[in-house]
Write a protein that binds this ligand. Structure first.
Ligand SMILES: Nc1ncnc2c1ncn2[C@@H]1O[C@H](COP(=O)(O)OP(=O)(O)OP(=O)(O)O)[C@@H](O)[C@H]1O
Ligand SMILES: [Mg+2]
Length: 265
């Protein structure tokens, strides 16, 4: 009896895991997200922005696309912003850097060694600023002495510059790299400055950025519209607004039924 229950539970778990990667009724959107990746394979950059209501399926859609793209050798990294975390900036950026570091740590020792040397050369002693906010990176960069600086504004500028260098470097080393930044409606200002600065240099990179945000509140819509307008560059850009799938299903079923009735008459 116990055994049987466990069997059922395990199967249910596997099934649930499988279902997590299935989205229904979003074929066109999935295709659009995946097609953008082709530009990166051709040596360019791409930006995809997904918007929609709470729970409409933004995260599920992008994660499903990413599962397919990782089969095509894409390196996918994920970070999401949180509500009411203004006092803790860079949440999603830290996750992204952590993810990148984990990917780098799987590389062969020789390559990792080269990465370490290049990073130290490009970042200088400011590499310590990255280690400070993402301790995981110490395993790549190595131990460095802490930077003592009381001027917050100067520190912020140097940190931003370093994070930007790190991500640009990762785009080269982990090519083809895909950054998925979720729940952008809760982005903090310092993080947005970083996302913007990476976006500004996208045309010199080979990188795929996917952004997703909720647009259910006027407040979010206004903020996101303003921010989207700041993302000016001429990379391949696709904007997707997710609507209700049930309505679309209902509609197409209705049309099918009409055709069927028409034939019968
Ligand atoms: N097209 C779909 N097919 C199957 N399941 C879906 C689909 N869209 C969403 N879901 C399921 O609905 C739930 C909510 O989806 P998801 O978390 O992706 O929404 P979201 O738009 O990211 O919401 P939020 O605004 O809260 O971040 C999840 O359990 C997800 O698996
Ligand atoms: Mg989501």
């Amino acid at each position: 009896m116990m055994q049987g229950n466990r069997y059922l539970e395990e199967n249910e778990h596997t099934l649930r895991m499988k279902l997590q990667n299935i989205v229904v009724g979003r074929d066109k959107e999935l295709e659009a997200i995946k097609m953008q990746f082709d530009h990166v394979l051709e040596g360019q950059s791409a930006l995809t922005i997904v918007a929609g209501d709470i729970g409409i399926g933004k995260t599920a859609l992008v994660k499903t696309a990413l599962a397919d793209l990782s089969k095509l050798n894409g390196t996918c990294v994920y970070g999401k912003f949180e509500q009411y975390k203004d006092e803790e900036p860079y949440i999603a950026i830290i996750q992204i850097i952590e993810n990148i570091a984990n990917h780098m740590l799987t590389l062969p020792e020789e390559k990792l060694d080269r990465i370490r040397k290049t990073l130290i050369k490009e970042l200088g002693k400011d590499a310590a600023l990255i280690i400070d906010i993402v301790p995981q990176t110490e395993r790549i960069i190595g131990k460095l002495s802490k930077i003592k600086l009381n001027d917050y504004q100067k520190l912020k500028i140097r940190l931003e510059k370093s994070l930007q260098i790190f991500i640009k470097f990762a785009a080269k080393e982990l090519y083809p790299l895909i950054l998925f930044i979720d729940d952008l409606q809760w982005v903090d200002k310092p993080s947005w400055d970083i996302i913007k600065s990476i976006n500004d240099t996208l045309s010199e990179l080979e990188l795929y950025i996917i952004l997703a945000y909720r647009n259910n509140l006027e407040d979010y819509r206004t903020r996101m519209q303003f921010m989207q307008n700041e993302l000016t560059n001429n990379v391949h850009r696709v904007e997707i607004e997710l609507g209700d799938i049930f309505y679309r299903y209902y509609n197409s079923t209705f049309i099918e039924l009409q055709k069927y009735n028409f034939k019968r008459r």
